[in-house]
Design a protein around this ligand. Structure first.
Ligand code: FAD
Length: 669
């Protein structure tokens, strides 16, 4: 039952009391129509795409039939990402719950893929490419495919607006290798060519809008937006300009001068050491330690930089090495004469960028959800109408086509796998039985091989027969929690009045806020005038400073799973209000919809020289953990030790090749 809530004066000013139905309506009539058709018989819930559902007043989508008329999860608002109903059974399994009386579907496949993210979809593609007549089933626990590469779709004033619900863009620390680049080519993606014609990175700056920093009163003593401060200027902040800007900030003279010194002075803080020795030392201290003990910066300076690492690493400067930050051009190293290139004691991401400058880059309006859609079109053409890259962005996926019995390729959503076991003797045996839950009930299906393209940390619970050393390694693969929030605004006039398009907010609930990147592809158009509705992207990375990285990740995950949508909403409204109020922003009036993409299991873990043992690659947990186990092979970006789409693709390919080689070996024997 929906309960009427009482809101105080501040909540009312923020718009917490605004009628929910109004927001549903604003987010498109289609949402209301969709909600009406997603009624799950017997569940007692209406799967409304509404803030009321998100506030915990109704459960969304779990168990809903993906072939129901109007089923279209990208339109859902509220708590998305790991949405309610997607993960509770996994946690029950971890806590020892067992299910009995599984229904045998009688289905037999050549391959079952666990996880419909980019890795699982790629695995299915590679398998079907090698064995075109094979039968493949993908099972995923979410109500939509793509894994992290999810799409948020809003209909505002009659036009479609898109945002990535997770995986932001094609951008990796090293160039895509032949497997991943080859797959993009197969999907029709000529990345440099598309980038040239669709991306407008200077759209906002050409309009005179700039970056800014928001100092919040809880952290810095007063609320203040400083427009013109570039958080990633990479040496471009000049001393007099920076000093003048920061005079507006609630920083002491000492703190301000320390920031100016840090960002603009060319000081060698370790003049007696060689470049190699400096790098070795910097790899063993956090950036926070570097600022405090080496640069000897004021404590307020540490607070100001604390969140600078969060977008890339999901933890603060206390848990990222100074050398890894050097590779990202953080301030403080410009006078230290460090030689180019990585050393072994660097994380995957910084060392890749230091050595190669990174891969090509391309942002689709819905992020890498476009890659997931292209993969699904490649696997099940009838599900994604159209041809080519340009029209996939605006295509309306027909979810009822995904899981048609008797087709070579099936993709089953809302289906969480709880068991995978060899059924006729010790591995490699001849087949694997997979048990999954749908609508709370267990079902079984069989396959000659299984690719686990799911979160690797869960695999020991699905395959308890794995060798103990492998399970121990898999348990270490703790992912980084993070939240990407999409907020629909009636217009962006406040941003224009403030001459602002993005904000670094080190003490706020979300540490980054920015207007939707301007991309135009096919018939998709981005907002181009201040009066038009627009989406805002916000990033939050829950963590517990001071703990080792993985303990911070665990604490952040626990926080995420116990934070209600109402708490998110209040914090979002409060933050936008305080940041933009001098531009005339009115949260009660201007915010029309909110989608909180919550990823308790986000980025794949990467080597962190501050906390992880310095062992050869072959002994790292992601390598030990991904060993083939009979007819079960292990994929996902986790298995590559790299939180990137090319890693997800490469690992899907490796896992498939392992299974195909097993088949070939047995056939030859
Ligand atoms: C917020 C965010 C932003 C990112 N941005 C970028 C970026 O800009 N560029 C980039 O290259 N990478 C980015 N990444 C990294 C991203 O993880 C990879 O690029 C890629 O999308 C991972 O794909 P995957 O298939 O390996 O894993 P996932 O996308 O995690 O897919 C695994 C799927 O398996 C499902 N699953 C888990 N357990 C089960 C089970 N028992 N049964 C059934 N299904 C299960 C999961 O729910 C999920 O749907 C980002 C990640 C996050 C979280």
């Amino acid at each position: 039952m929906t309960q009427k809530r009482e809101y105080d004066g501040r909540d009312r000013a923020l718009g917490m009391d605004r009628p929910i139905t109004r927001r549903d309506f604003l987010n498109g009539v289609a949402v209301g129509a969709t909600a009406a058709t997603w009624f799950a018989p017997g569940s007692g819930h209406l799967f409304a795409a509404s803030l009321s559902a998100a506030r915990g007043e109704a459960a969304p989508l779990s168990g809903a039939a993906q072939d129901a008329h109007g089923y279209y999860p990208p339109l859902l608002n509220g708590l998305r990402g790991s949405h309610p109903g997607a993960f509770e059974d996994a946690h029950a399994l971890r806590d020892g719950h067992a299910w009995s009386d599984a229904t045998d579907t009688g289905e037999e496949y050549d391959l079952i893929v666990v996880g419909g993210g980019i890795s699982g979809l790629s695995a299915a593609h590679f398998y079907r490419t090698h064995t075109p007549r094979s039968r493949v089933l993908i099972l995923d626990n979410h109500d939509d495919f793509g894994g992290h590469a999810k799409r948020n779709e809003f209909h505002l004033d009659g036009r479609v607006h898109l945002m990535n619900g997770g995986t932001l863009e094609i951008d990796s620390p090293r160039p895509y290798g032949p497997v991943a680049a080859g797959l993009l080519e197969t999907l029709g993606l000529d990345v440099p060519a598309i980038a040239r014609t669709t991306q407008h990175p200077k759209f906002y700056t050409d309009l005179g809008l700039r970056s800014g920093a928001f100092f919040d009163r809880e952290t810095f003593g007063a609320d203040k937006l400083v427009v013109g401060y570039e958080a990633d200027q990479r040496g471009g902040n000049h001393a007099p300009h920076l000093d003048a800007l920061l005079r507006q900030a609630p920083l002491s003279d000492r703190a301000r001068m320390d920031v100016v010194r840090l960002e603009t002075a060319t000081i060698d803080y370790m003049p007696d050491a060689s470049s190699d020795e400096k790098k070795r030392r910097l790899s063993r201290m956090s950036y926070e330690t570097f600022l405090r003990d080496v640069v000897k910066a004021d404590p307020a300076v540490l607070k100001f930089y604390r969140a600078r690492t969060m977008g890339e690493w999901g933890v603060g400067t206390d848990a990222v090495s100074a050398l890894d930050c050097w590779a990202f051009d953080f301030p403080g190293f410009q006078g230290m004469q460090l030689s180019r290139g990585s050393i072994p004691q660097m994380g995957y991401t910084p060392s890749g960028y230091a050595d190669t400058g990174g891969s090509f880059k391309l942002h689709f309006p819905d992020g890498n959800a476009t890659i997931a859609r292209l993969l699904v079109r490649n696997l099940i053409p009838s599900a994604v109408p159209g041809q080519g890259v340009a029209d996939v962005v605006t295509a309306r996926v027909d979810y009822s086509q995904l899981d048609r019995p008797g087709r070579g390729m099936q993709l089953r959503l809302n289906s969480i796998v709880i068991r995978a076991r060899h059924i006729d003797g010790a591995p490699p045996a001849t087949a694997v039985e997979v048990t999954y839950l749908r609508g709370g009930r267990p079902y079984t299906a069989r396959a000659r091989g299984v690719v686990m393209a799911c979160y690797n940390v869960m695999i020991p619970y699905l395959c308890p027969e794995l060798p103990q050393a492998q399970k121990d390694a898999l348990h270490k693969l703790v992912k980084t929690p993070l939240v990407y929030t999409s907020v629909a605004l009636r217009n962006c006039e406040a941003f224009h009045r403030l001459k602002l398009y993005r904000v670094y907010a080190p003490g706020s609930y979300h540490c980054y806020v920015r207007l939707n990147p301007h991309v135009e592809i096919g018939s998709y158009r981005s907002s181009s005038s201040p009066q038009e509705p627009i989406l805002v992207h916000m990033v939050r990375t829950p963590c517990s400073p001071g703990l080792p990285e993985h303990d911070q990740n665990r604490a952040g995950r626990a926080e995420l799973l116990t934070t209600s949508f109402e708490t998110f909403e209040r914090n979002i409204r409060d933050q936008l209000d305080r940041t933009l109020k001098e531009g005339g922003f009115d949260p009660a009036h201007d915010i029309t919809a909110i989608t909180v993409n919550r990823w308790p299991h986000g980025y794949a873990p990467e080597y962190n020289p501050l906390f992880d043992p310095d062992v050869p690659e072959s002994e790292r947990p992601h390598v030990v953990g991904r060993a083939q186990f009979g007819r079960i092979a292990i994929a996902n970006s986790d298995a590559g030790g790299a939180a990137y789409t090319d890693s997800a693709i490469n690992q899907g390919h490796r896992a498939v090749m392992e299974l195909l080689n097993t088949d070939a070996t047995r056939a030859a024997g």
